[in-house]
Write a protein that binds this ligand. Structure first.
Ligand code: C2E
Ligand code: MG
Ligand code: MG
Ligand code: MG
Length: 281
């Protein structure tokens, strides 16, 4: 205002405040990583017959002063500052360590573990080597690891070849790939066809109003039939109601994740939920 009418400032006070808060949070992430304030929670993934088939690892941050901070708040900051690289590396290694433990436990040895991978993380030239090293370091079975990538990886035409070669290399060892938040991005069907994917994950925004919004219902059904015609598996996220599960099952959906089956939880709560497989007489 002091500068008079018709004057623009590049930074408004609000923007400046946001930049500062952002920088403070970034510093807290750095320190938090050193102090071991991050942890993983796990959310069940179910088959149509309501058997547990796997889990998704979801990052949690227990901040010493602010308490739990949601990934929706700190992941974007970590992505803007490049801190997603050390953070994502920590997730990858922790997940592989957990997966190796699951392999030793008859309650969990059949489960797959899905891990979210940021675009920046995937773009590292040695990404495939990093995944291989994490698996090997802990002795985890590559065939039980599923990497969740997003459609933003597919935006750049020049990147396509590199993306495919990293995926193919990991897939040759048994690692599988799921396309997270599917339907919210910009991937063309031509791109989708070229990618060595194993699964489409229907975004929760289409599941939320599935029962009341005919358009969302059509989209969910279309994604399921698209997956079927591409010989991909399909999982729905954000399933909260039995009726949502039923509707998706009617369309041919084969896997489900959401509060209906359980919130993301610490591993100590997850393992007791799994029934020990029956021992053959
Ligand atoms: P996402 O990978 O799509 O994960 C699903 C989100 O939906 C999770 O939120 C989960 O807690 C939530 N959710 C699960 N079931 C339901 C449900 O029935 N209803 C509703 N309303 N929500 C449900 P969360 O844990 O807050 O994570 C948010 C996002 O943060 C994730 O979305 C993912 O994009 C990102 N994220 C989380 N952990 C990691 C990580 O380790 N690395 C990276 N790069 N991103 C992560
Ligand atoms: Mg995910
Ligand atoms: Mg998702
Ligand atoms: Mg999401």
């Amino acid at each position: 205002k002091a500068a008079g009418r018709n004057t623009w400032r590049f930074f408004s006070p609000e923007m400046q405040q946001r930049v500062l808060a952002h920088a403070a949070l970034a510093q807290d992430i750095r320190v938090g990583l050193q102090r071991g304030e991050f942890l993983l929670h796990y959310q069940l993934q179910m088959s149509a017959a309501d058997l547990v088939i796997g889990a998704e690892a979801l990052l949690r941050w227990q901040h010493p002063e602010r308490g739990g901070i949601s990934p929706g708040e700190f992941i974007p900051v970590a992505e803007d500052t490049g801190l997603i690289l050390p953070l994502g590396q920590w997730v990858l290694e922790s997940a592989c360590q957990e997966l190796a433990r699951w392999g030793q436990d008859s309650r969990s040895s059949h489960l797959t573990l899905a891990v979210n991978i940021s675009v920046m993380q995937f773009r590292q030239p040695d990404f495939a080597e990093r995944v291989e090293a994490a698996l090997k370091q802990h002795g985890a079975d590559p065939a039980r690891l599923k990497l969740e990538i997003t459609e933003s990886l597919l935006l750049d035409d020049d990147e396509m070849e590199d993306t495919i070669s990293k995926m193919t290399r990991l897939q040759a060892q048994g690692v599988s790939f799921s396309l997270d938040d599917f339907g919210t991005g910009y991937s063309s069907l031509a791109y989708l066809k070229k990618l060595p994917l194993d699964q489409l994950k229907i975004d929760q925004s289409f599941v939320r109003d599935l029962l009341t919004d005919p358009q969302d219902c059509d989209i969910a059904r279309t994604i399921i039939s698209l997956a079927q015609s591409m010989k991909l598996s399909v999982i729905a996220e954000g399933v909260e109601l039995p009726e949502q599960k039923q509707r998706l099952a009617d369309f041919g959906c084969m896997a489900y994740q959401g509060y209906l089956f359980g919130r993301p939880m610490p591993v100590e709560e997850l393992l007791p939920l799994l029934e020990a497989p029956r021992v053959r007489p």
